[in-house]
Design a protein around this ligand. Structure first.
Ligand code: FUB
Length: 333
């Protein structure tokens, strides 16, 4: 038997498991472990949503010792909310609301509504927010833009004054941007609904060579591309189905480069009706720096009576099997 002493670590509980503070080591107490508590502990019956209120499409990331969440603001008919908020945390449990960081109305000349699915990346000493939005003209087409700030909590300003990708420039909808930066510093922009695309970004992060755009052809892709790298393997992840459908789910493929080719591995996150959890999708993944601990942020129908435009954000652990495949993610309350 091995004993560990963690005198200065905070112990957290979740779903009848005890964890050391996730910002530190990943030592984990499971059913087979024994432990002694010196303070009373009352199990929580629910941990979600992690940020109160209706939000969706969470982009979770980590900058300078804090986790950040950038979601779509939900609860608007046809997902028409015009603004984005930012939240931050040191422990993935307690989140600070930093308020509105970009508002399409006053801040973006070419978009008024449909502030969808932001993604924020740090580069060049600045923060770049990729987003999509539509104009109030009655035209439902969405363009994809990029805004910049000196702070991860904004305020962000439209970097170009025009869309980075105009509606119709490529197949599918120009929504759901995501940026992956490889170990050599090269950043790649992924986006799309109905068809996924990828292109290396120029060093300025606000332009690319149109001739370098590639379309990704994984079966089942609908939207919400997300890419991570672990042990030299690239993981391309996405959402399948319709966000208004309780069967909305997350699948993934693996590849040997940020551009693929990709081999589909299957579905890793889906509804859990025994707990009333539906519509699990549009996720993102964050690794705790210096560890092999990964968490997945995603949305589900708000509980108990939500739907495809009334969604909430939750976070669960994501683990890898010894062969590098992603273990099925278990949605928890
Ligand atoms: O939240 C608006 C849209 O719904 C997103 O862009 C899609 O990914 C879907 O979640």
């Amino acid at each position: 038997m091995v004993s560990f002493n963690f005198p200065n670590r905070r112990l957290r509980h979740r779903n009848l498991e005890l964890w050391l503070d996730p910002t530190q080591d990943t030592a984990e107490f499971r059913a087979a472990s024994s432990f002694r508590l010196t303070a009373p502990w009352t199990p929580k019956t629910t941990k979600g949503p992690v940020i109160p209120g209706l939000f969706a499409d969470p982009h979770i990331t980590h900058f300078n010792g804090r986790y950040y969440l950038y979601p779509t603001t939900d609860g608007y008919a046809s997902w028409s909310a015009p603004h984005y908020k930012a939240f931050s945390s040191t422990d993935l449990v307690n989140w600070t609301d930093h308020g509105v960081i970009l508002n399409h109305g006053p801040d973006v000349s070419w978009a008024d509504n449909s502030a969808w699915a932001p993604a924020v990346v740090a580069k060049n000493g600045r923060y770049y927010l990729y987003f999509s939005g539509g104009a109030a003209s009655g035209n439902t087409a969405k363009h994809l833009g990029v805004a910049v700030s000196d702070s991860p909590t904004g305020p962000f300003r439209d970097a170009l004054g025009t869309p980075l990708i105009r509606a119709g420039a490529y197949s599918g909808q120009a929504i759901d941007p995501m940026v992956f930066t490889d170990d050599n510093g090269q950043s790649y922009l992924y986006w799309g609904n109905g068809a996924a695309h990828v292109v290396p970004l120029n060093p300025d992060m606000i332009s690319f060579n149109p001739a370098a755009v590639r379309t990704i052809t994984t079966s089942g892709f609908r939207e919400a591309a997300f890419v991570l790298k672990r042990n030299g393997t690239y993981y391309f992840m996405w959402s399948e189905g319709d966000t208004r459908d309780e069967n909305y789910q997350v699948a993934y493929a693996t590849g040997s480069s940020p551009l693929g080719p990709w081999t589909k591995r299957g579905v890793v996150l889906q509804k859990r009706l025994s707990l009333g959890i539906k519509g699990t999708g549009h996720h993102s993944v964050v690794k705790t720096p210096g560890t092999d601990t990964w968490h997945v942020a995603y949305h589900r129908f708000a509980m108990p009576a939500g739907n495809g435009t009334n969604r909430e954000v939750t976070i669960d652990r994501m683990t890898f099997n010894p062969d590098g495949t992603i273990a099925t993610i278990v949605p928890t309350l």
